[in-house]
Design a binder for this molecule. Structure first.
Ligand SMILES: C[S@@+](CC[C@H](N)C(=O)[O-])C[C@H]1O[C@@H](n2cnc3c(N)ncnc32)[C@H](O)[C@@H]1O
Length: 249
């Protein structure tokens, strides 16, 4: 008898991940019962890979860190999905040698483009890995939130440097190599041949509230993050920007 896949419930929504999961859930629902081939570049310890594997999809995680991959492997075993996850140590720049071209239904690249040497070849590799019609979920650090955050903490010179720097960094001691606004991030994906379908702000408010307030009202905060994510100007002030794009069929 043919097995019917249940609608993807996903992990419990948190203010930091609710928007991402709501966009991904829409794509999984759109694909119905299909078992998807997923590639998570810089997937780390499997915060997305494991829930997707639990939903019945096959996930390859490519990450540069052996420690992250070891944690992913443990987590996958504990969740009973070790047979659905492949962990590959490798560089996002060199996906071509690691992943079959045009073989992936959904590629994730979350919080990676701001730390790699050069984002353009990574995005080109994501696009090449996708089947025509396949989707990309790309999460990048937001520039405006970083400027406001530094200023609100009293670091006005750092805020000014960050606002003036073309890459959106605060100098050599910054942990990130670049930050994005929505047009800049969209242009990066478009240049690789992807069609950007949606852009959302992730963590519009989550990082601004005192922990006691955020923890005490988590459900309300999730609702508010979901409500504000696509709305200007809130979207553009979010700590991260999420782009959902597609390789043309
Ligand atoms: C901030 S973590 C994000 C992890 C995960 N994507 C998430 O959103 O929770 C960045 C990850 O990218 C990985 N990474 C950094 N540079 C990379 C590269 N050039 N190729 C592949 N992975 C890389 C790191 O090892 C780390 O696991």
């Amino acid at each position: 008898m043919e097995q019917t896949r249940r609608p993807f419930a996903g992990p419990p929504l948190t203010p930091r991940t609710a928007v991402l999961w709501s966009v991904l859930r829409a794509e999984l629902d759109r694909r119905g019962d299909a078992e998807l081939t997923v590639l998570d570049v810089g997937g780390g310890t499997g915060g997305f890979a494991v829930p997707l594997a639990r939903a019945g999809h096959r996930v390859t995680v490519v990450d540069a860190s052996p420690d992250a991959l070891a944690a992913l492997t443990r987590r996958a075993a504990e969740a009973g999905v070790a047979d659905r996850i492949v962990a590959v140590q490798g560089d996002g720049d060199a996906l071509a040698g690691l992943v079959e071209p045009a073989g992936v239904d959904l590629v994730l690249c979350h919080a990676v483009l701001e730390v790699v040497d050069d984002p353009a070849p990574v995005v080109a590799a994501l696009a090449t890995a996708l089947r025509p019609g396949g989707a990309a979920s790309v999460l990048v650090a937001g520039r405006a939130a970083a400027v406001l955050g530094r200023a609100m903490n009293g670091h006005l010179e750092v805020a000014a440097a960050l606002a003036a720097d073309p890459a959106g960094t605060a100098g050599p001691r910054d942990t990130l190599r670049r930050r994005y606004d929505a047009p800049g991030a969209a242009a990066l994906l478009t240049a690789a041949g992807l069609t950007v379908e949606e852009i959302h702000g992730v963590r519009v408010l989550a990082d601004l509230l005192p922990a006691a307030v955020a923890d005490g009202q988590s459900a309300s905060l999730v609702e508010l993050e979901l409500a504000l994510a696509a709305q200007s100007p809130y979207r553009d002030l979010a700590a991260q920007l999420h782009l959902f794009a597609r390789r043309p069929a």
